[in-house]
Design a protein around this ligand. Structure first.
Ligand code: ISL
Ligand code: CA
Length: 555
């Protein structure tokens, strides 16, 4: 419709395969487990799936460390399972996008195994090797997972660069051979029938000329330097020319380190780079690294408005409230206490599915899954946590108690606990021992109890997607925040041609009287999240909003 590319009208669902559905009892989700749940996803109403890495990997970072880009991770199955999964998606009219992790590979990738052997190995320049300086690393770059971003390698005495774990050496994109290898990998999967890529930390691929030290200010947030290499746009335009322009694919870049001002450089369609990016400003609104800070509704609204502006008339955006790197949506922006969990989860779903952007849902959010009740450090699995524990707690900089109190709310593991399918043991995720503990609240919060219950969170998501599909203004319409400084209510309109919709969301536990700005009148209610006690009458110019009420009106 409207001649728009399919990916503007898509609703994407992210699967973290390790935690989705285990079919062989080894405690690890697998591709057959995804295939078995496609009807569940189809009924929910998503049409595109983003699969977190499914490639052969030693799992130093749960698949974000790839050993072989053309092979399926053995724990997840094999290529036949992949082909069957993809065919079953297509049969249901669904598309698949996969995770392209090419800023770095695994240190067990054949390229790196060769590269580290000697300075004159033909693969040496596939990675970034430097001599040490003054008996230490070549520069002061920190790794996101703790310590230096440089690791000294015994075979040659040189250091290699790794922005993430030392088992994730950064590829050298300056080398045209590396770029061509990546393009070949992309063609391999596109030719199989995948419909695009989510690109992991893609702004980091071009490194600073001469690799100078970071300034003291930049040391705390190295992503803003790592994301600003001199040739990132040249590489992305080349990738587009060489590969993407030959396919009808969706590309979404994980824009870690990219500011609002820079965003259009990646997403302005006239530049032929990416279709959209994930901004960090909203999901990291209340964060400083592992530290949790307070947030206010006007700040959240400002982030939405700024994201919308970066789309401009030549770009497009994503709408998402979590992923496998962030806490659970309802625990983060809503209220996960028993009284408010369902209604606030539905309010947030309403917000996220009525933006001028492609929505990306994360597995389990459609059930209102919550953060995990972590106790000690031994409850965590994440490689990032291990590095931070070493750098902050073991070093004596921060007490274990202080670190853990923040981590409970900010840990990536919150989103990685297994899907809660039913009230059966382990939430029906596995018949074996789950690789990461299932949230004990699976007894109350699970798919089986929600799919057939019309008032459930799951069914609210389903209705929202239905309404979105039938209402072009909710996809393409202009976005206007009516009341950016209101600390309790998010009120915005979506307008396309002569159609105008109003979304009102009450972010508090109180009833709030909300008067519409001069001249606006409600015509009908399109959808609400179940909080209303009385329908508003046509012609109303104000609404008494119930706690966590979220309603879409036609004006
Ligand atoms: O913010 C972060 C760093 O402190 C992390 O949550 C995360 O590493 C960052 O957002 C980049 O994420 C992506 O690349 C990582 C991988 O661990 C993440 O899972 C992935 O989404 C390295 O591949
Ligand atoms: Ca399994």
């Amino acid at each position: 419709s409207h001649g728009a590319p399919w990916w503007k009208e898509a609703v994407v669902y992210q699967i973290y395969p390790r935690s989705f559905n285990d079919t062989n009892g080894d405690g690890i989700g697998d591709l057959n487990g995804i295939t078995a749940k496609l009807d569940y996803l189809k009924t929910l109403g998503v049409d595109t799936i983003w699969l977190s890495p499914h490639f052969d990997s030693p799992n130093a970072d749960n698949g974000y460390d790839i050993r072989d880009y053309r092979k399926v991770m053995s724990e997840f199955g094999n290529m036949d399972d992949f082909d069957r999964m993809l065919a079953e998606m297509k049969r249901r009219g669904m598309r698949l996008i996969i995770d392209l992790v090419v800023n770095h590979s695994s240190d067990e990738h054949q390229w790196f195994v060769e590269s580290r052997k000697s300075k004159d190995n033909p693969y040496r320049d596939y990675y970034i090797w430097r001599d040490g300086k003054n008996g230490g690393a070549p520069n002061n770059y920190p790794s996101f997972f703790g310590g230096s971003a440089w690791e000294k390698d015994e075979a040659t005495g040189q250091y290699y660069l790794h922005y993430f774990a030392k088992k994730q050496p950064d590829l050298n994109w300056e080398n045209p051979k590396v770029r061509n290898e990546v393009y070949d990998v992309m063609r391999f999967w596109l030719d199989k029938g995948v419909s695009g890529f989510r690109m992991d930390v893609i702004p980091f691929i071009s490194k600073q000329d001469g690799l100078p030290d970071l300034s003291p200010e930049n040391l705390a947030h190295p992503e803003f330097v790592y994301a600003n290499g001199p040739r990132v746009h040249q590489y992305l335009q080349e990738m587009n020319r060489e590969v993407l322009s030959h396919y009808d694919a969706l590309t979404v870049g994980e824009a870690f380190g990219i500011t609002f001002e820079q965003a259009p450089l990646f997403t302005d369609a006239r530049r032929r780079e990416l279709d959209m990016i994930f901004h960090f400003d909203l999901v990291r609104l209340d964060r400083d690294g592992w530290r949790k800070k307070d947030w206010t509704l006007p700040e959240l609204k400002a982030a939405y408005a700024q994201i919308d502006r970066t789309g401009g008339s030549h770009g497009w955006n994503t709408s998402f409230l979590t992923n496998h790197d962030n806490p659970r949506t309802v625990s983060h922006f809503g209220d996960d206490s028993p009284k408010w969990r369902a209604i606030s989860a539905k309010a947030l779903a309403t917000m996220m599915l009525t933006q001028r952007a492609t929505p990306f849902l994360y597995q389990g959010d459609e059930l209102g899954m919550t953060n995990y009740p972590f106790r000690g450090i031994e409850d965590y699995d994440d490689v990032e946590v291990k590095g931070q524990w070493h750098d902050f707690v073991e070093s004596g900089k921060v007490s274990a108690e202080e670190y853990l109190s923040h981590l409970r709310q900010t840990s990536r593991d919150n989103a990685r606990t297994p899907m809660q399918w039913s009230a059966a043991a382990n939430g029906g995720f596995t018949t074996g021992k789950p690789w990461l503990a299932v949230n004990p609240n699976y007894v109350q919060i699970n798919a089986a109890s929600q799919v057939d219950e019309s008032g459930s969170i799951y069914n609210h998501y389903r209705r929202l997607m239905e309404v979105r599909r039938q209402t072009p203004a909710l996809i393409h319409g202009e976005f206007r925040d009516l009341d950016p400084t209101n600390p309790k209510v998010f009120a915005y309109t979506r307008t396309l041609d002569d159609k105008r919709y109003l979304v009102l969301i009450n972010f508090t536990h109180e009833t709030v009287a909300y008067d519409l700005p001069e001249g606006l009148k409600i015509a009908t209610t399109l959808l609400d999240n179940g909080a209303v006690q009385q329908q508003v009458l046509p012609g109303a110019t104000g609404v008494s909003l119930q706690p966590w009420q979220a309603t879409i009106y036609e004006l």
